[in-house]
Design a protein around this ligand. Structure first.
Ligand code: GDP
Ligand code: MN
Length: 378
């Protein structure tokens, strides 16, 4: 789950990271009231779940309450990379002397957390990584051992931070890492982390992604979820206990089990196809779950074929087939369906499916190849 800047910034502040505060407005009038209360120059910033707001005109300085209202009216309603702005953050403007990048995330390949930092702050870090990768410095952190102060100091030296500012950088790095762990985040990022004209460290932006699987122990964080920013189909799926992630391909996948769902996408790709989604129907593939899965998958106009891949372990193949058959009576599916069914009572299941005009195979590889063929033919 992603958070807005103002929400992440509040969490960072609660963990002792210096932020520039501010408040959220949903109208130009509110923005003007906040700007008047803050006094002086303020910055008005679009609150949307995407970066690059600066470039898109979503970040504006305002020297008075009136200018803040104007800025807010220009930013509210703006479309930034497909996200409509409904809220702006109004915060005291900072005097920037130097901008850095600082982020913590998981390095899956190394199975460790990684702290990334760069003296090229304020710009897209993806761009820095693509064009000048040598300008990104990394420290791998063993989750068991935690972050050592010397690792943060080493980063500070690599970035050329002046000696008298190193302790402050180390403190923020340690706090950002602590926040990452204790909030069950998969990303905590400050871009830019700045040194002000007065020589103070300040987090001028805040980005945070929380591990969905850990939300049960962060109820107050979950309450911050902005439904307007979430994919409607994914939300709908979650409400039915189905794990669904929309992708860009044209083969809709309906699978029982997360591991098999991953393997299914690999099999589709191996045969030259592209999956339209990841979908795990969960434990029982009953008619309700399968019907829901059909409607989730067919809601995507790109889908040209559906690949159902079920391995019956505890779930029985005949029950799954019954579920598919019932679901098809409830949901109109106009694209070809390819079924792979194996495991407990799979043979009975395949017979039932063939009686309603569907062909089901036992081999996952064959079924994947067939799914790609029928999608390409469509
Ligand atoms: P992003 O583009 O979505 O990452 O939004 P940021 O919050 O990072 O803002 C983009 C850029 O706007 C920053 O890199 C700064 O250069 C500038 N900016 C943001 N806040 C302030 C501020 O308080 N004062 C000044 N002078 N510039 C700011
Ligand atoms: Mn930023």
């Amino acid at each position: 789950m992603n958070l807005h800047e103002y929400q992440a910034s509040e969490i960072f502040a609660a963990h002792g990271i210096p932020t520039n505060g501010g408040r959220v407005a949903e109208s130009p009038e509110e923005a003007s009231v906040i700007a008047a209360e803050l006094g002086g120059t303020v910055v008005v910033k679009a609150q949307v779940h995407t970066g690059g707001r600066g470039k898109a005109g979503g970040v504006k300085l305002a020297r008075s309450a009136e200018e803040a209202a104007n800025a807010a009216s220009q930013i509210l309603g703006l479309d930034i990379r497909g996200h409509t702005v409904h809220k702006v953050l109004v915060a005291p403007a900072a005097d920037i002397a130097q901008e850095f990048y600082l982020g913590v995330t998981l390095d899956r390949a190394r199975r460790q957390n990684v702290i990334m930092s760069s003296a090229e702050g304020g710009v897209d870090i993806e761009e820095v990584a693509a064009n000048t990768p040598e300008k990104i410095h990394r420290a791998l952190v063993d989750p068991e051992l935690g972050l050592h102060a010397w690792q943060a100091r080493e980063l500070a030296f690599a970035l050329g931070i002046p000696t008298e500012k190193v302790a402050g950088f180390v403190d923020i790095t340690q706090r950002l890492y602590e926040t990452y762990g204790s909030e069950d985040a998969t990303l905590t990022e400050i871009n830019p982390l700045i040194l002000t004209g007065a020589g103070e460290w300040l987090a001028l932006d805040a980005k945070m992604t929380i591990d969905d699987n850990a939300l049960f122990r962060h109820k107050d964080t979950e309450a911050k979820r902005d439904l307007a920013e979430e994919n409607a189909t994914e939300l709908d799926a979650r409400a039915s206990g189905i794990s669904f992630v929309k992708l860009d391909g044209d083969i809709g996948c309906i699978v029982n089990g997360a591991g098999l769902a991953m393997a299914t996408m690999d099999a589709v790709k191996l045969h030259g196809g592209e999956p339209a989604n990841f979908l795990d129907v969960g434990g029982g593939a009953n008619a309700d779950q399968v019907a829901k899965a059909f409607s989730l998958v067919t809601a995507d106009p790109n889908v040209k074929a559906i690949f159902i891949n079920i391995f019956g372990g505890i779930t029985r193949g005949d029950v799954v087939a019954q579920g598919v058959s019932e679901a098809l009576q409830r949901v109109a599916v106009s694209v070809p369906i390819v079924v792979r069914l194996s495991g407990t009572n799979a043979e009975e299941g395949r017979e039932l499916l063939s009686s309603i005009g569907l062909t089901a195979t036992e081999s996952m590889d064959e079924a994947a190849a067939q799914a790609v063929r029928v999608a390409n033919a469509a």
